[in-house]
Design a protein around this ligand. Sequence first.
Ligand code: OGA
Ligand code: NI
Length: 185
Amino acid sequence: NPPSYRDANKVYAKCLRGVADKLLSRLSVGLGLGEKELRESVGGDELTYLLKINYYPPCPRPDLALGVVAHTDMSAIAILVPNHVQGLQLFRDDHWFDVKYIPNALVIHIGDQLEILSNGKYKSVLHRTTVNKDMTRMSWPVFLEPPPELAIGPLPKLTSEDNPPKYKKKRYCDYVYCKLNKIPQ
Ligand code: OGA
Ligand code: NI
């Protein structure tokens, strides 16, 4: 509920496909690869779209609590829509910065799998959320994930003797298992 929700999601998913393809193509070119290479490396047409809905109710002591603790996203990319309540922060140069709410804007996170594929050229963004004393915050991230059995590692074209692979190659499902169970990758 509401009953229109399923239809709205269908339309949103369709629109996101175009955004995802464009992002992956530009990020691919940014690595010196062909437009289609990065999309293929994260699973091509098998790329999974995982929608999560975050609900952060008002909190009487926002100074003592976080919405989600600091983390990086496991996926290749996350595309997030928040409501108007400020709360997302990202870590850079030893500081937490508020991610300003911009109406109708999408927030794009580089996730772990893109850091791995690019052998560290693209960095997975460390982020967290705060909570609000009076207002409910919500967000709708869609995680673009490789299919579970696909093995992800630094792309051979992006490594060399001078730039050896910095990450292990492993199936996405194994990566997720280790991360969720806090087992070193
Ligand atoms: C997440 C996340 C941020 C937000 O769900 O992984 O980081 O703004 N959410 O809710
Ligand atoms: Ni996140």
